[in-house]
Ligand binder design. Sequence first.
Ligand SMILES: Cc1cc2nc3c(=O)[nH]c(=O)nc-3n(C[C@H](O)[C@H](O)[C@H](O)COP(=O)(O)O)c2cc1C
Length: 325
Amino acid sequence: MPATNEFDAREFRNALGTFTTGVTIVTTLAENGDRVGLTANSFNSVSLDPPMVLWSLAKTSGSLDVFKQAKHWAVHILADDQDNLSNTFAKKGMDKFEGIDCAEGIGGIPLLPGCTAVMQCKTEYAYEGGDHIIFVGRVLDFARQEKKPLVFLQGRYAVAAGKPSLEEVQSATITSFSSNALDYLLPRAHYQIYMRVRAHHESLGLNDPQYFVLCSLSAQNHRAHGEINAMFSITGHKITQGDIDSLVDRKLITTQHQDNELMLSLTEDGKDLAMKVIAHSKSIEADILGQFEIWEAVQLKSLLRRLVQITDTGLPPMWENNPQG
Ligand SMILES: Cc1cc2nc3c(=O)[nH]c(=O)nc-3n(C[C@H](O)[C@H](O)[C@H](O)COP(=O)(O)O)c2cc1C
């Protein structure tokens, strides 16, 4: 490490970026009555008694003069669903408060809703700090809500997740068959979801193999009976000639012999019905995923995709051109 400060600025930023922080928005009221605020992650606690906090403001900030004059300001610690708000307040030259229902705090400072905590402060000190001014404030009032905080790490928003306890690690990695075993949890979740899906397609006169045929043809039309059967074989069942004949009788699919294969294609009616059953399955999925945090749903799908990859036995892919489904 060099003795002087002639080191690479980007590397220095990257090194600082490994220090995980929360995200705040600091607001105040200008003397002319304008509401002013910016996103800041330089916030930190200073003292418990008296209660004091600090944050630093870049000297290039458009809000510098206002904060230098301001007697009071409020620090809002953002919740994990407020990344858009953070982005808004990280911009320059616009009314950042437009459309936000603010309350009025001490000295008329605007207070933003929906944060995990809000601290209303009186400027106690302002120090020179290189290209920043460090504001130290005495906390005059604060409020807190039971919400998860937004996290900032290595230039990206993140979510805070506690590390699992030793007991949780042991329970998750234990190999004996238990209610925490993967081959209990996955089929149980699958059947619980699928029971709802099945109730709908059965009400439309489709059995499981026929539902599968419609879905796989809607993912990619004109497929061989053998190929669809190979995918369906994962269930331990087969798509019989009777299943195919009944779909043909209902004019949902057509069949054609080609190179010793029976090719299946959706008719217009078949496409309509496939859209209907798929839309219903998607609504069930949306209902279930809606009970997760967004980031949990993203992580759940990513982990499941990895699991499918790790356990792949070479089944033909269902979605040729759209692996995300
Ligand atoms: C996550 C995050 C943290 C930030 N932290 C600070 C900070 O601590 N101090 C600062 O001056 N700017 C910080 N910024 C940048 C300001 O929010 C940004 O420059 C903003 O446009 C300043 O607005 P203003 O010029 O209207 O004051 C941060 C931006 C982001 C996205």
